[in-house]
Design a protein around this ligand. Structure first.
Ligand code: AMP
Ligand code: GLY
Length: 430
């Protein structure tokens, strides 16, 4: 089996690692990949947003399956084009990917189908005055969101009215979020703890991966600016069995049924970003893909053959596979470049990769890395590595991931020391 993985982050290295475990020994191509994925397959220098290039690559290498990591090509219609060319693919069509690509669409969809989420209104520049009046009426705290794709930076949580007004102006008047901010969603602030639940679905049947928790802020104690994610762990104890049953019944199932009923069956990986509130789980956002760094913990916890699972999913035959989760815990610590998510330098040599990778049950997943001509692996992005570990319990997984993280050296290495702390606290409280 020949499989093309689209993307270049830690998520895609985790996907490549998971697929490489398959007894089918698939041939892997990663476009464009990183210094980690090249140890598992062939990196091909085609960008993740180059739809023509990806289509040509899939044809040229006669791939049997494409697995799409990031949202941009999904929202842009890569799946529609691959399917038209007869290539099976794990990912939703552009129409289904609107669940991530348009928050205005997602919120209206949830309203139509009675799916629990924050109360909201959508506005464009034409109804600017109405948006201001709405902000005045609801007060603070409130969340102001650019509707379109904004690389995770489109949501502004505002604790005061002036902040909310400034966010609104930045989007609707100053165009500071580009086209993504042409439509703005203003929504109620939800109190609670966040979690990520992933459904693998062929549009009809679905299976859930282990519920995970991300750490979005750069600083310890969830302080400072938002990042792509500084670490993750799974299963997240905040998602109890009872909560998960509600997530299935009140969120995942109505979402899949609703998309099918509206003529856009959702096939691929549905990421449900949740707030676990006093009233139960509510949707913060949908994404149309795996999370990064959540993929790094949920994929290693999946027992069984990922290549077969994805193949059946892409062919609408998910019910043929039995999916089981390992009775273990996984933790991932992201090593970032000093300065991220602001400006940072690249090109520093990374040492200790082999030592960390030699630890039992430790996976050193690459994100922003590049192999230099002399063979040295150097930093090439904000999030550089995702050191992931498996253990029978969360405390053990965190301990191993941190041991691995400590063995890796590069100039400006930064990481949070409190990954998983919320989970450990919950476990201790019983
Ligand atoms: P989003 O881009 O919609 O995922 O939002 C990014 C982050 O903003 C989320 O992960 C939350 O931490 C926060 N956030 C978004 N919407 C809300 C909300 N309605 N209430 C509280 N926090 C929110
Ligand atoms: N970890 C958050 C995301 O992938 O969007």
């Amino acid at each position: 089996m020949r499989i093309l993985i689209v993307g270049s982050g830690g998520r895609e290295h985790a996907l490549a690692w998971g697929l490489a475990q398959s007894p089918e020994r698939p041939e892997l191509y990663i476009a464009p990949g990183n210094a980690g994925t090249e140890t598992l397959g062939e990196n091909v220098p085609v960008a993740a947003d180059d739809l023509d290039g990806l289509l040509a690559l899939a044809r040229e290498r006669r791939v049997d399956l494409v697995v799409v990591g990031p949202e941009q090509p999904l929202v842009a219609g890569l799946v529609d084009r691959l399917e038209a060319a007869g290539v099976p693919v794990v990912g939703p069509t552009a129409a289904a990917a609107r669940l991530e690509g348009s928050k205005a669409f997602a919120k209206a969809f949830m309203q139509r189908h009675g799916i629990p989420t924050a109360a909201h209104r959508t506005f464009t520049a034409r109804d600017y005055d109405a948006a201001v009046a709405y902000l005045d009426a609801v007060g603070a705290p409130v969340v102001v969101k650019a509707s379109g794709l904004a690389a995770g930076k489109g949501a502004v949580v505002c604790s005061t009215r002036p902040e909310a007004r400034a966010a609104l102006d930045a989007m609707l008047r100053e165009g500071r979020f580009g086209a993504a901010g042409d439509e703005v969603v203003i929504e109620e602030y939800m109190q609670g703890e966040e979690a990520s639940v992933f459904a693998l679905t062929d549009g009809t049947d679905y299976v859930l991966l282990a519920p995970a928790q991300d750490h979005k802020r750069i600083g310890e104690g969830d302080t400072g600016p938002n990042t792509g994610g500084m670490g993750a762990y799974a299963p997240a104890p905040v998602v109890t069995e009872a909560v998960l049953a509600r997530v299935r019944r009140e969120i995942v199932e109505p979402t899949l049924r609703g998309m099918a009923a509206e003529g856009h069956p959702y096939r691929g990986i549905l990421y449900v970003g949740l707030m676990i509130t006093e009233d139960g789980p509510k949707v913060v956002e949908y994404n149309c893909r795996l999370g990064d760094p959540e993929a790094q913990v949920v994929i290693p916890l999946l027992a069984g053959d990922l290549a077969v699972l994805f193949d059946r999913l892409a062919r609408g035959r998910l019910r043929e596979v039995n999916v089981a989760l390992r009775p273990a815990a996984a933790a991932c610590v992201v090593l970032a470049s000093q300065g991220y998510p602001g400006t940072y330098q690249k090109g520093f040599v990374i040492e200790g990769l082999d030592e960390a990778g030699a630890l039992d049950d430790v996976l050193v997943l690459h994100a922003g890395t590049r192999r230099r001509k002399d063979g040295a692996v150097v930093t090439a992005g904000g999030r550089v590595l995702a050191v992931t570990a498996l253990a029978p319990d969360l405390a053990g997984a965190l301990e191993k991931a941190y041991r691995g993280a400590g063995l890796i050296r590069f100039e400006g290495k930064y990481y949070r020391r409190d990954i998983g702390r919320k989970g450990l606290l919950r476990l201790r409280q019983g």
